[in-house]
Write a protein of this length. Sequence first.
Length: 147
Amino acid sequence: MTGRLRALIVEDMANHRRQTRTAPKVAQQSRLEILETFENPHPDRDYVIETVCPEFTSLCPKTGQPDFGTLTISYVPDRLCFELKSLKLYLQTYRNEGAFYEDVTNRILDDLVAATLPRSMKITAAFTPRGGIRTNVYVEYSLPLKS
């Protein structure tokens, strides 16, 4: 491989990483529209729905390498529940986006809360080890107390 060809490949890789570091605002707005909901069949009762998503993927914003993790979403619904196929499609939108673990986990919580308005919700994001380091991110939401 010539020095010129190598330089072109390195430049192309750097451009790709720059493009995938942050999603455009339009993509973030349409991402929430992917989530579908349905009426809670038992809104008079507090009960927990736990959904485990073992194949979550995003990109490291520093290296462009894929990050893999398991998301566990637990929530007490109020009037709405999220539909699982739409959740799967929603989560897949992160596959080509560069995002830190902490940011992506909080953004997912914000979107799911906006879509369903639950009584409470917790997300645990358990990412696979990278460089011998494993990271878990825990985020929570609960309805504000009425005064």
